[in-house]
Design a protein around this ligand. Structure first.
Ligand SMILES: [Zn+2]
Length: 405
């Protein structure tokens, strides 16, 4: 057993917390095996364990809160796109393609296809390890850098391998519909995914979720309805990238199919926010991408929250948007999008778990849930969004195990 003793601030982030974060001062947490056994005063916990062996961590100068759930990433990819990114920095009118031949998704696909399995695994593990050091204990990872059969399946199989190699909980998503094979055309490419790829994903249990990009120039709402509906037949829970650059009906499809989550939402209307809320579709907002692409229409969480939506914050880590830190994503959500620090903490923990439909076991510090906890050397939880670029995490507990010496 493990006791986190006398936490200066304990943030439970439990479901019914009136202040969103469930702040307790000087409380202690008892962990038995992988799960949280009891929360209370140190004296009560000592009485409760009644002479059994235990280890303790002194948390008197610490903030103790749930590990982060990063519910939207594309972290398994080939080479970085750093040259493209820096070329775009100094002059917004520069034609990046003149400086860097391959850009955008095309570049991500090219470099991912070229990379060996070993390269993809080791670079992904490096990222996951740094994410762990900054408090992220659960990560969703998408395919989508093949737009074919072999690379997409290779990505999903490698994501499954990562599950054995990292302490973090990993969930995987088939994003074959990130774009489409231009030689086949959209219609035929959807048929191809359904007849050629989905049966293998189902057979080998390669993914938890399906995903599609709905926007002008990508897929339509009708395409999404057909593709995600077929994915449901193969046991994949629908999710979407949508309303990032246009509002062409993705949100309504998400509501109709009861998608687990929908990401980006820059162009989401208030009416559709209400429809998503009624259908329990979690909105994933991505402050890092709005920052890195200087989005012309930054997402606005205020009316989404007013309409009753549950919002999660994610990094969207990908080669065009290299963010690993949830602290930073939260700081941007607060400063650039007027989100409160308390909501940001909930959005990065419990609401992330809800976006992945794992909130029964993850996302908060509550009796019965897995002990996925970050311990921060800090005098206030508010530092999470205040001390920019400072990593206060000194210990991470994953399923009851201390990960740092
Ligand atoms: Zn994405």
């Amino acid at each position: 057993m493990l006791i986190l003793k006398n936490c200066r601030e304990l943030l439970t982030v439990k479901e019914d917390a009136k202040d969103l974060i469930g702040l307790m001062e000087n409380a202690s947490v008892l962990i038995k095996g992988e799960r949280i056994e009891k929360i209370g005063s140190y004296e009560d916990l000592i009485k409760f364990i009644d002479g059994e062996d235990f280890e303790e961590i002194d948390c008197s100068g610490k903030v103790v809160m749930p590990g982060y759930v990063d519910s939207h990433t594309h972290l398994l990819f080939g080479k970085s796109r750093v040259d493209e990114y820096v070329a775009s920095l100094t002059n917004s009118s520069v034609d990046v393609k003149k400086i860097v031949k391959l850009v955008g998704l095309e570049a991500s696909i090219y470099y991912t296809k070229k990379a060996t399995n070993e390269e993809l695994l080791s670079s992904s593990l490096e990222k996951l390890n740094r994410m762990l050091l900054s408090g992220t204990t659960t990560v969703e990872i998408k395919s989508g850098y093949g737009i074919d059969k072999d690379t997409e399946l290779r990505q999903l199989r490698l994501i499954n391998k990562l599950k054995e190699k990292t302490p973090q909980t990993i969930l995987s998503t088939y994003l074959g519909a990130h774009f489409f094979d231009v030689n086949m055309g959209k219609e035929k490419y959807i048929d191809f995914m359904v007849s050629e790829v989905l049966p293998i994903i189902y057979e080998e249990k390669l993914a938890n979720f399906s995903d599609i990009w709905v926007d002008d120039g990508y897929y339509t709402a009708e395409d999404a309805d057909r593709f995600l509906g077929s994915c449901l037949d193969f046991g994949l829970v629908p999710t979407l990238h949508s309303e990032c650059y246009s509002a062409i009906g993705g949100a309504k499809v998400a509501a109709k199919l009861k998608a687990a989550n929908i990401g980006h939402l820059n162009y989401l209307t208030r009416e559709n926010a209400s429809i998503l809320a009624k259908n329990n579709v979690v909105g994933i907002v991505i402050p890092t991408t709005d920052f890195s692409v200087k989005h012309p229409k930054p997402f606005d969480p205020s009316y989404m929250i007013e309409e009753g939506m549950t919002l999660a914050i994610a990094t969207n880590l990908n080669p065009g948007n290299w963010f690993e830190s949830m602290d930073l994503a939260m700081a941007l959500a607060c400063r650039n999008h007027k989100m409160s620090e308390k909501y940001a903490i909930r959005a990065a923990t419990l609401n992330g778990a809800k976006a992945l439909r794992i909130e029964k076991d993850f996302g908060s510090i509550e009796v019965g849930k897995y002990a996925d906890i970050q311990i921060r050397d800090s005098d206030s939880y508010k530092n999470v969004v205040y001390k920019i670029g400072v990593n206060e995490v000194v210990q991470v507990i994953k399923k009851g195990k201390k990960l740092f010496k």
